[in-house]
Design a protein around this ligand. Structure first.
Ligand SMILES: NC(=O)c1ccc[n+]([C@@H]2O[C@H](COP(=O)([O-])OP(=O)(O)OC[C@H]3O[C@@H](n4cnc5c(N)ncnc54)[C@H](O)[C@@H]3O)[C@@H](O)[C@H]2O)c1
Ligand SMILES: O=C(O)[C@H](O)COP(=O)(O)O
Length: 309
C-alpha cells in the first residue's frame, strides 16, 4: 500500500509506517497541483490542516482507501464526500490532548497571575506588586463546551486546582465523570466563571459565541478558545471585552490565523484585542509540544494498521 504524506510531520512517520509494511512518500512541500496530479497513485494520505481535502481532490483520489489526520481537528476534510466514496478517516487526538490540557492550564495561570505583564514590567525596572495581584483558580466554576479528548484533558487538570467543572456536550449522554459534571447551557449561564471551548469547527459551532449568548451569563466571565477561531469571532470578543461582559480572553486560535491577510473589519478588531492586557494569545501551539509531535505519529500509525487488520 502506498501512502502520500503531504504536510510536515515528525521524522518518525516514514519509519513507523514502514515497519507496518506501508510504502511512504513523504512530501511536506508538495503543491496542491502536484497532489491533484499524483494522488490517483495512492491508497492513503496523511494530512495536517494545511491542504483542504475537498471534492476536487477526492474525485482525483480514485484509489484512496483512507485519510489519516495527524492531529485532532478534521474541519479541513469534506467528511461527507469522503464517506460517499467509502474513504475511511482516522485522526490522532490521543497524541496531542495532554499538550492541549497543559497549555490551557498554563494560559489560564498566566492570565490570572499577570505573569506575562509582571515579567515585562520587572525587565523594565517597574516593581508593581499591587497592580499584579492575582486571581485564584481555586473554587472557580469552569464550563467546558464539547467534552471530548481536549475538553476532558483540560477538566482532568482543573480538578487538581479545586475548580468546579461543568461540561456540556450536545452529542453525548451520561458523560459526568470524576473530572466534570454534565450540565445544561442554562446551568452554565447561571454558574460559570470561565467558559472554555473544545468543540470541533462545524456548521453549528461556527460563530456559536455571539453577544446574545455571552449576555445570558449571570456573571462577567473569562473565555478560553483553544478549539478553532471561527467559533468565537474577533468582533464578538472585542465587543464583550469592551463592555466588561468578558473579563479576559485566552486565545490559542484565531478567526483568521493569516495575520497578514485579515479583512479590514478583522484587522480593526484584532488591533483592539492586541491592546488589551486581559487578552493572552498563543500562535496555535496548544497541541504542539515536542512530545505530541512524535506521539501523534505513533497513534496514527497504529490506527492506520488497524484499518487493515
Ligand atoms: N489548539 C490546538 O492546538 C488544538 C489541538 C487539538 C484539537 N484542537 C481542536 O479541538 C477540537 C476538539 O478536539 P477533540 O479531540 O476533543 O474532539 P472530540 O471529538 O473528542 O470532542 C469534541 C466534542 O464536542 C462535541 N460537540 C460537537 N458539536 C457540539 C456542539 N455544537 N455543542 C457542544 N458540543 C459539541 C462532540 O460531541 C465531541 O464530544 C478539534 O476539532 C480541534 O479543532 C485544537
Ligand atoms: O487539530 C489539531 O490537532 C491542532 O489544531 C493542530 O493542527 P495542525 O497541526 O494541523 O496545525
Amino acid at each position: 500500500m502506498k501512502i502520500l504524506v503531504i504536510d510536515k510531520m515528525h521524522d518518525s512517520i516514514t519509519s513507523l509506517l514502514g515497519q507496518k509494511g506501508f510504502e511512504v512518500d513523504y512530501k511536506p512541500k508538495i503543491s496542491r497541483s502536484e497532489i491533484l496530479d499524483t494522488v490517483h497513485a495512492y491508497d492513503g494520505m496523511v494530512v495536517r490542516s494545511k491542504t483542504p481535502i475537498d471534492k476536487e481532490l477526492i474525485d482525483k483520489a480514485v484509489n484512496l482507501k483512507f485519510i489519516a489526520r495527524a492531529g485532532a481537528g478534521i474541519d479541513q476534510l469534506d467528511v461527507q464526500e469522503l464517506e460517499n466514496k467509502g474513504v475511511r478517516i482516522v485522526n490522532a487526538p490521543e497524541g496531542n490532548r495532554d499538550a492541549v490540557g497543559e497549555h490551557t492550564i498554563g494560559m489560564l495561570l498566566c492570565l490570572f497571575n499577570n505573569i506575562v505583564q509582571g515579567d515585562a514590567q520587572v525587565r523594565k525596572g517597574i516593581w508593581d506588586r499591587e497592580g499584579n495581584r492575582g486571581v485564584e483558580l481555586m473554587g472557580k466554576t469552569v464550563a467546558i463546551i464539547g467534552y471530548g479528548n481536549m475538553g476532558r484533558a483540560f477538566a482532568q487538570r482543573l480538578k487538581c486546582f479545586g475548580c468546579d467543572v461543568l461540561a456540556f456536550d450536545k452529542y453525548k449522554e451520561n458523560y459526568s465523570d470524576e473530572y466534570a459534571t454534565e450540565a445544561t447551557w442554562d446551568e452554565i449561564f447561571q454558574k460559570a466563571d470561565i467558559l472554555s471551548l473544545h468543540t470541533p469547527l462545524t456548521f453549528e459551532t461556527k460563530e456559536m459565541i455571539d453577544s446574545e449568548l455571552l449576555n445570558k451569563f449571570a456573571k462577567d466571565i473569562y473565555i478560553i478558545n483553544v478549539a478553532r477561531g471561527e467559533i468565537a469571532p474577533f468582533s464578538v470578543l472585542e465587543e464583550a471585552l469592551k463592555s466588561g461582559k468578558l473579563k479576559g480572553a485566552l486565545l490559542d486560535v484565531l478567526e483568521n490565523e493569516k495575520l497578514a491577510k485579515l479583512t479590514d473589519d478583522q484587522k480593526e478588531n484584532f488591533e483592539n484585542l492586541v491592546k488589551r492586557d486581559n487578552v493572552l494569545f498563543s500562535p496555535h501551539v496548544a497541541g504542539w509540544t515536542h512530545e505530541s509531535y512524535r506521539k501523534i505519529n505513533e497513534v496514527l500509525t497504529e490506527k492506520i494498521a488497524q484499518l487493515f487488520e
